[in-house]
Design a protein around this ligand. Sequence first.
Ligand code: 4NP
Length: 157
Amino acid sequence: MASILFVCLGNICRSPTAEGVVRHRIEARGLSEQLEVDSAGTTGYHAGERADARMRAHASRRGYDLTSRARQVSASDFERFDLVVAMDGANHGDLADMAPGETAETKLIRYCDFVPGREGEDVPDPYYGGAEGFERVLDLIEAGADPLIDHVLKVTS
Ligand code: 4NP
């Protein structure tokens, strides 16, 4: 079973959306026996909470049910998961600092590296902004979902 962990700051907006959208694509493509996904935050500020109500409402309008409960990422997640996917540059830096040994080089990537034309960019934090920020999160995550699934299946086969 291949596995992906999505990581943002709070684990209540961006990474739960990535988890929900990518899981939706995994199910639509009949890959549920081959690939699993989870999400976490670099902080534990919102640990135990459901995804942000605004994020859930925007996701729901596109047909996604966000069911995750927030938790903080830990170094052991680098052993558990095949890929650890940072949503922005700050998350990437924090994860690189906590990754044991060489695992940062092999497992740590950025979500937008799989979004055509957006390589190296961030999935911007929508928490303090308006509706368009939540829509932007969904646009970027939808655009990268299939390329990311293809990539993890290739590197783990
Ligand atoms: P996320 O968004 O990292 O996409 O879950 C945020 C959630 C909470 C906060 C910031 C960003 N916060 O400052 O509490």
